[in-house]
Ligand binder design. Sequence first.
Ligand code: ATP
Length: 340
Amino acid sequence: MSKRKIAVLPGDGIGPEIMDATISILEATGFEADWVFLEGGLGALEKGLPALPPETIDTIREIGIALKGPTTTPKGGGHVSANVQLRQALDLYANVRPAKTLPGVKGPFMGHKLDMVIVRENTEDLYAGIEILPHPDLAQAIKVITRPGCQRVIRYAFEMARREGRTRVTAVHKANIMKITDGMFLEEFFKIAPEYPEIKADDIIVDNCCMQLVTNPEQFDVLVTENLYGDIVSDLCAGLVGGLGLAPGANIGDNCAVFEAVHGSAPDIAGKGVANPTALLLSAIMMLRHLGLNEQADQIANSVLRVCSDGKCLTMDLGGKASTNEYKVEVIRQCAPAAV
Ligand code: ATP
């Protein structure tokens, strides 16, 4: 039988290092795939290609599943974000970002036991990229919200909550100020909610949400929100559970799914061999579950739990001294000792 194809975009900065560690761990557990490596990000630009070459998009579309490392996006000018382009080109409308406490990880919020999922709309909002400069002293951006765009991501959040036995879905918005755009999101949320009577549906204004995430985060279960709020709130949630090195993500569309960590390319630590691969590894675990490989997913997830709660082989971002490679070997030792 031919192996399952998986598109791989290692990306920039720490991308190739954490991708290498993640694939080694997956393979050590016996997961076999035909990894199709693709160009993208700064590497592609250096070769005179666009940051997201059309061939990369086409191949991911054809294969239907990809594991992606971070790609650098210049601030201010420069090329359009490859991440945003990919999500829009493949219509990956739901960005799923779980935030779950890992035992043993130290940090200011570690007294809490959190298990939340942020479902972020991934293709619209201010990320539509419509910015204009009608006058040298006037810059404008257009926030795009469509009714079908709201409906599909809200429905995804409720379906996911039902599938995972979650009990509350909260819409995060600023409809008191953005009455038409966020108003539409909220209206669609409360139209869809009655289809899921077993799930409590409520809403919260984004600023209050941030405050309550810091003071009483346990109350939240699933948060569904627009693109920009989702980006900010999910980084906040990553901080609550120990930092960006632990925050995984999935970009889901009707025909395609791309799994990637929440964090960026971390150029400050790239090439030093100290990056934490856990966020990408947890994203790969989401990919295994998406493929129905729950046993293998559990095997690796339990190993990550054991390594974190043991605390002896943590990377620098978590207060430890382990290199990326030492951490990788430790996770493999836990889940597939024969492979070490
Ligand atoms: P980009 O421009 O690609 O978004 P960035 O450095 O602005 O990169 P992040 O990559 O998200 O943003 O990093 C923010 C901080 O978190 C950096 O100091 C980085 O070193 C740290 N960091 C992010 N990811 C990891 C990781 N996997 N392991 C260790 N530290 C990380």
